[in-house]
Design a protein around this ligand. Structure first.
Ligand code: WQD
Length: 347
């Protein structure tokens, strides 16, 4: 029996695969490498010394997807595969709806065919939209403000309708706040294609001299130092949240139960920059520019429900997030460089 992890070679996927292997699970991964590299698979093996099966495929390819289910006895699915850049989604909405929604529907139909009705879904705090009240709890109003966030919210609604149609399903959407950092080994981390959209990979590339300076998107927000506040969460803590969610869906509980994965503590952009300067001993030059459309002033989680019902809470603080992100940057200035060639039958 095994757990299927879709998008298993991505930033979240790789760290989740490591923690699932460390927890003793047999795992099967698939990925289309649209935002990751085959070298990640070798690194997962390197840091765990445990093998797993991998399939290179796009989840919309029904024929290849069926091979995964027919060749493996899948217990449950951790569904991470998806496009996730807010800005890109505004310019290419159909790409996001086709990949994220049609891809998920294809996956769920295959799960139904093979009687696999346990699902942990990678959702996002973006489903809370332009919230005012913080900390944000799971019963806050859901309202997406961009195609990426709408795709996540629509998938949550599809999953709720699926459960209404078949009460055997056990589904946990995990609403990520801001995943950052890297595996403590320095061998796995975030390596975005092109210029980073998110704050911390941008900061580390400025600190490493790959980029000239930071642009701070607005310092006139109603916050103590005027810059945006977010709930940054170490990617390893996030990965361990998936292990707890799998335990829950495997326990026999049915229904659709969403959980916030956040620390419950917010940090501003300037606090993050100053923390990185302290950690790295580098000066992070920045300019204050216009606010970024769609940004909210303050966003951080109420993580109580996950603590009470999943037995999960974040343990790594902001300093460890920055230290691990910096170690990854220093050890891998050009990301996952490797001559590793994926063999089709790689196990
Ligand atoms: C954080 C803060 C920016 C870059 C997004 C998605 C979310 C999730 C994480 C996928 C904000 C400021 C950033 C920069 C800056 N993605 N900033 N200069 O927007 O909170 O969340 O990424 O799951 O769904 O919405 O993250 O890292 O882009 O921004 O000043 O160059 O840093 O304004 O206040 P965000 P972020």
């Amino acid at each position: 029996m095994a757990i299927l992890i879709t998008g298993g070679s991505g930033f979240i996927g790789a760290h989740t695969s490591v923690e699932m292997l460390n927890a003793g699970y047999d795992i099967v991964l698939f990925d289309n490498f649209s935002n990751s590299q085959p070298e990640v698979l070798r690194r997962i093996y390197e840091v765990t010394n445990k093998s797993f099966r991998f399939y290179e495929l796009d989840m919309r390819d029904k024929q290849l997807l069926e091979k995964v289910f027919s060749e493996n006895s899948i217990d449950a699915v951790i569904h991470l595969a998806g496009l996730k850049a807010v800005g890109e989604s505004i310019h290419l909405p159909l790409k996001y709806y086709d990949n994220n929604i049609n891809g998920t529907v294809t996956l769920i139909e295959m799960m139904k065919k093979y009687e696999v009705k346990k699902l942990v879904f990678s959702s996002s705090a973006t489903v809370y939209g332009l919230q005012t009240q913080v900390p944000i709890s799971e019963d806050n109003l859901l309202e997406a403000t961009n195609p990426y966030g709408r795709s996540k919210l629509m998938i949550e609604e599809i999953l709720r309708d699926l459960y209404v149609s078949d009460k055997e399903w056990s589904i946990i959407p995990l609403r990520y706040f801001n995943p950052v950092g890297a595996h403590q080994s320095g061998r796995l981390g975030e390596y975005p294609n092109g210029t980073p959209n998110n704050l911390t990979p941008f900061i580390t590339q400025v600190a490493a001299g790959k980029l000239r300076e930071m642009n701070i998107y607005g310092n006139n927000y109603p916050t103590p130092d005027g810059t945006g506040i977010r709930d940054y969460l170490h990617v390893t803590d996030l990965a361990l949240g998936h292990v707890k969610a799998i335990e829950k869906v495997m326990s026999g509980a049915t229904g659709v139960n969403a959980y916030n994965l956040g620390t419950g503590r917010g940090y501003s952009v300037l606090e993050m920059i100053h923390t990185f300067e302290r950690i790295t001993g580098k000066i992070i030059p920045y300019s204050i520019v216009e606010r970024r459309p769609g940004d909210v002033a303050v966003c951080y989680a109420d993580p109580t429900k996950a603590k009470v019902e999943l037995g999960w809470e974040a343990h790594k603080g902001i300093e460890e997030m920055c230290i691990d992100a910096w170690r990854w940057q220093v050890n891998n200035p050009n990301g996952y460089e490797s001559s590793f060639e994926l063999e089709r039958s790689w196990v």
